[in-house]
Write a protein that binds this ligand. Structure first.
Ligand code: ZN
Ligand code: ZN
Length: 154
């Protein structure tokens, strides 16, 4: 018969229990601190902050899995950068609209380049809206190619 009383008083068992206890405790505390920092970087929502921290305190380590689900995908800084990227991208798209002959920047709705008088856009023969020269069909009224229209109208 096993002597369980003796098992829990034997030195190696007590040492390993203390060891795992301390390891578990430090992991728990570390996870709470990590979540505490992480959630403040990712959200300004007080409810979410309290919920996340309470989760890892109440459910040691298991709470981390739950936190993984409710954790916002981007930090606040990352989100700021993403917005900035989007702005820069829009500017770049705007800058790409250059006159094909003199390379001057043009407004998106210009039909003629004010600098060299080159025609950069077409106007729809039917609805008169400014459309891209490459368009085969008017995106506003569905009228097919301006060139065709001229032929048809004659
Ligand atoms: Zn030009
Ligand atoms: Zn049209």
């Amino acid at each position: 018969m096993l002597n369980f009383g003796g098992l829990f008083t034997s030195k190696p068992v007590i040492f390993s229990l203390i060891f795992f206890g301390v390891a578990f405790l430090s992991l728990w505390i570390a996870s709470v601190f990590w979540v505490y920092q992480d959630i403040f970087n990712r959200s300004k929502n007080v409810v979410l902050q309290i919920l996340s921290i309470a989760c890892v305190i109440l459910f040691p380590l298991l709470g981390l899995i739950v936190y993984g689900f409710i954790r916002p995908g981007h930090t606040l800084d990352e989100r700021r950068l993403l917005l900035l990227d989007e702005k820069i991208m829009r500017q770049e798209v705007g800058e790409l609209l250059l006159c094909p002959s003199c390379r001057k920047g043009l407004e998106t709705d210009y039909v003629y380049c004010p600098n060299c008088k080159t025609k950069v856009k077409e106007t729809c023969a039917k609805c008169n809206k400014v459309i891209d020269k490459k368009f085969k069909i008017c995106p506003f009224c569905g009228h097919s190619s301006h060139h065709e229209a001229v032929v048809k109208d004659v």
